[in-house]
Design a protein around this ligand. Structure first.
Ligand SMILES: *Cc1c(COP(=O)(O)O)cnc(C)c1O
Length: 354
């Protein structure tokens, strides 16, 4: 079975460093555990580092976390589906919302349940995922504030990078703060939270360009991996070795690098591009697209190159690897966010806490 080695100490160190940087600028850190299927050990590690709020995207994960003794506050970071609203109210202290209809439903259910929740209204400042389009946001949020009787609108938020790849900037986060300020004036209410983004927004803070007023980040990737995929970088002041995947070699043969015969599509309907490098030494790992995202595997062996993967087989060119490799040996990899998401949520990958 492929194994995922999770170094909790490195995760804790990353969380501490991020907290330290963010608190210097008055930015609170929400620790996002969604990539880990709501792993209680990881959530506890984040809490030990000093993170107060845990962000999750799935109700089941929050149920798991609470059952395993992780106390809130929890933030539901995916805008909730109607069916999940009672549980969201029951299990979460905060929720990100982007529909007036959802506010209406939440308020009704909150009334029935005798519960409340703090809501952050999402604004789309350009990335085109969730949120009221920024040009229409003032009016929409003002309505939300008015409609919320039993629940409370406590701030505005945005998410950048995840769909359009739009980078957080002084300009787009500045717009978010402005919208908050205008709604506060217009509705004579207080919206103390400006939840400015995710891992991609750390760069702005490093460069001292974060607009005044932004006071919350929701961070996942940087804590787990020390990377920032949106800005395509390793974050130099964080650790990249917190999580390592190990898989076993089940075949090791010398073969041509170019297939023989007429070619169609692969198992996933893709058409792989082949580079003819002549005869190569190729390892097949007991690992596949079911367990990982093959494009997100980075071999720890210098010279190794991941060529392709189907559901259960990953092909790695090991011709240029210096150490002696045999069938039955293992290879190790660090992972991209996408690869980690699959590995952590896959029952066929064993998780080992170090
Ligand atoms: C996933 C997610 C985050 C965390 O993003 P990272 O890039 O992992 O830091 C924050 N906010 C929302 C709404 C998300 O969906």
């Amino acid at each position: 079975m492929p194994r995922l080695y999770i170094h909790l100490q490195s995760i804790e160190e990353n969380a501490r460093r991020i907290l330290e940087r963010c608190s210097k600028y008055g930015v609170e850190v929400v620790g996002v555990t969604k990539v880990s299927l709501g792993d209680p050990k990881i959530a506890q590690t984040m809490k030990d580092a000093g993170i107060r709020i845990i962000g999750e995207s799935r109700i089941d994960n929050i149920v798991r976390l609470r059952k395993e003794g992780i106390d809130g506050p929890f933030m539901m970071i995916r805008i909730p589906q109607k069916d999940d609203l009672p549980k969201t109210l029951d299990l979460c202290e905060y929720a990100l919302v982007s529909e007036l209809k959802t506010i209406e439903w939440m308020d009704e259910i909150a009334h029935e349940m005798g519960k409340s929740i703090s809501v952050i209204y999402m604004v789309d400042v350009g990335d085109l995922r969730e949120g009221a389009w920024y040009k229409d946001a003032v009016e929409e949020i003002a309505k939300a504030v008015k409609m919320a009787k039993k629940i409370q609108v406590v701030g505005v938020g945005t998410n950048l990078g995840c769909y359009g790849g739009v980078l957080p900037s002084e300009r787009n986060l500045g717009i978010l703060v402005q919208i908050r300020d205008i709604v506060e004036k217009k509705s004579s209410c207080e919206l103390p939270i400006v939840s400015g983004g995710n891992t991609a927004a750390l760069k702005l803070l490093e460069e001292g360009k974060l607009p005044f007023g932004v006071n919350q980040y929701r961070i996942g990737e940087a804590i787990f991996l020390g990377t920032d995929v949106t800005n395509n970088r390793q974050i130099q002041w964080l650790r990249q070795d917190a999580i390592v995947l190990e898989a076993q070699i089940i075949e090791l043969k010398t073969k041509p690098s170019f297939p023989e015969g007429e070619t169609g599509q692969d198992a996933f309907g893709r058409k792989p591009a082949f580079v003819d490098k002549g005869i190569r030494r190729r390892a097949i790992l007991a690992l596949g697209e079911q367990d990982i995202l093959s494009t997100g595997l980075r071999p720890l062996d210098n010279g190794a190159e991941v060529i392709h993967a189907s559901s259960d087989h990953t092909i790695v060119d090991v011709s240029d690897v210096e150490r002696r490799i045999e069938v039955g040996d293992t290879m190790r990899f660090t992972l991209s966010y996408g690869a980690l998401l699959r590995a952590m949520t896959c029952p066929h990958v064993e998780k080992i806490y170090v």
